[in-house]
Design a binder for this molecule. Structure first.
Ligand code: AMP
Ligand code: ZN
Length: 491
């Protein structure tokens, strides 16, 4: 029997702000849509956190035996800068003197490489905005036909106030209509809007705008919010189970998605809205535009000033899984060092699962421990509680080794299976791979060399200290001295 039949999941639904029992529209099947990246720059570690949270959720659904259609889009057109003044991809194309599609290709490749490094599974469908211009034009036409959008000078806007007469614009973000006025500058075209709340479904392209398509209204491009409505409807239907994204997308992006879909299809599109919380750096949201961000490669190569060393993708993944997806998480060197300790302890225990002695009877209740692991995940994917339970399992392993507890062969099988399933399949950690072992050996050797160089410097043996530094540099390993000591980065 499929595990989903005996495991009831509760999900914190951002729409009701309550934990609700999850019931998919079709038994045993789940449709899930997650907003993907805008591919105009390298993804930072904050973006990775959001996609990793949904990867863990996807993995758990698969483990329970659900058939999941997981759609995660690529935004390759239409996403304007926060002040609505420019298109993110076109701007970057001009700066780098490349075609917009070269920018899109470059950063889509980077996105895929990074997610592979962090062991994220591929979604079932990864549609692009530029591949769905026709569907977006059709959606705009439907909204116009339903009287909820209007055209001015070749641009089409969603009529928020009219929509709000019958529906509730603000249902997700809990904003009242007066507070939904976007922070807009008085720019070309903005004055065309009937009301400041209205948002663009189609924009007529200014002469300098490179990405443009023909439409019934003008040569232009679709508004950013529209692509997700068009693509989620196309692949998951007018009503589907789960829609996710980072907390920062609740307004305006997801609020607009609900309004557009409702205006097109006369139905609330999504049953469960899920929002993941932010990864912070220096106490503030990690964000590319403010410069307060760190790249995944800086973490696994160790070349960022906030880090004393490199941290493997699995350690970083473990660090993220130790927090609940809906809590803010602060990135720091100390937190990564602590995660590294916890992660090696877990991996040591997994290795130690093989040589255990079995007995006639078990002194430990493995089935209730196992149930606690499932309960943690069923309670809105509570990975920190799951990890605490896994460590309790490790405690049992040690007690069995010390002959203080006993276990039968069947229970041992169950203990092993449960630990392996949750550690590798659900949390998505990669433990015993050679790269991890090699990385930790390399770190050990480098720390030894750093210590030897310090001794040499303390003894004023400058020749030896310089030799260590220069020979490491020849191997592309750079030592960096600061008042807190010496760190290294591997290029
Ligand atoms: P973007 O490419 O800016 O549309 O972002 C892609 C995804 O990353 C969205 O779901 C954002 O909500 C999410 N995101 C952006 N910054 C952070 C952060 N600091 N922590 C977690 N998720 C983030
Ligand atoms: Zn979206």
């Amino acid at each position: 029997m499929e595990l989903y039949k005996t495991n009831t999941i509760k999900i914190l639904n951002s729409l009701s702000k309550k934990k609700e029992i999850f019931k998919p529209i079709n038994e045993g099947m789940i449709g899930m849509y997650v907003c993907g990246p805008t591919v105009y720059s390298n993804v930072h570690l904050g973006n990775v956190r959001t996609f990793m949270s949904f990867d863990m959720i996807y993995r758990y659904f698969l483990h329970l035996g659900y058939k999941v259609r997981y759609v995660r889009n690529i935004t390759d057109a239409g996403h304007l800068t926060d002040d609505n003044s420019e298109d993110k991809i076109s701007t970057k194309a001009r700066l780098e003197k490349l075609e917009p599609m070269e920018i899109v290709q470059k950063y889509t490749v980077d996105f895929h490489e990074v997610l592979k490094k962090y062991n994220l599974l591929s979604p079932s469908i990864e549609p692009t905005a530029t591949g769905h211009i026709v569907e977006q034009i059709e959606a705009i036409q439907a909204i116009i036909d339903n009287g909820l959008a209007y055209e001015v000078n070749g641009s089409v806007y969603f009529d928020v106030l009219k929509y709000n007469e019958k529906e509730n614009y603000g249902i997700l973000s809990k904003r009242v209509i007066e507070d939904t006025i976007e922070n807009t500058r008085a720019l070309d075209g903005q004055s065309d809007k009937k009301n400041p709340q209205d948002f663009a479904l189609w924009k007529r392209a200014e002469p300098e705008h490179i990405q443009r398509w023909n439409s019934p209204w003008s040569e232009g491009f679709p508004g950013w919010h529209l692509e997700c409505t068009a693509m989620s409807t196309k692949y998951l239907g007018k009503q589907f189970d789960i829609h996710g994204g980072g907390m920062d997308l609740k307004f305006p992006h997801h609020e607009c998605e609900i309004a557009q879909a409702q205006a097109c299809n006369h139905k609330a599109p999504v049953n469960y809205w899920m929002h993941t919380n932010m990864l912070n750096l220096n106490g503030k949201k990690m964000s590319k535009s403010t410069g307060n961000s760190i790249l995944p490669s800086e973490i696994y190569k160790g070349n960022n000033d906030i880090l004393s060393k490199a941290f493997s993708p699995s350690v970083t993944r473990f660090f993220m899984m130790q927090a609940h997806y809906s809590s803010v998480l602060d990135l720091s060197n100390d937190a990564l060092l602590a995660a590294e300790k916890g992660f090696s302890k877990l991996m040591e225990a997994v290795k130690g699962l093989s040589g255990l002695e079995v007995s006639e009877v078990s002194s430990i209740d493995i089935s209730s421990w196992k149930q606690k692991c499932y309960n943690a995940m069923n309670d809105d994917f509570n990975t920190p509680v799951l990890i605490a339970n896994l460590f309790e399992g490790i405690k049992y392993i040690n007690l069995i080794k010390e002959e203080k507890e006993t276990i039968t062969s069947d229970d041992l099988q169950d203990l092993k299976m449960t630990i392996n399933t949750f550690v590798f399949d659900v949390l998505g950690l990669e433990g015993s791979s050679e790269t991890n072992q090699d990385e930790s050996k390399l770190s050990g050797v480098l720390e030894m060399l750093i210590k030897m160089r310090k001794d040499a410097r303390d003894n004023k043996d400058w020749a030896l200290s310089d030799k260590i530094r220069d020979e490491l540099l020849a191997l592309d390993i750079q030592l960096k001295d600061s008042k807190d000591g010496t760190t290294f980065s591997v290029n």
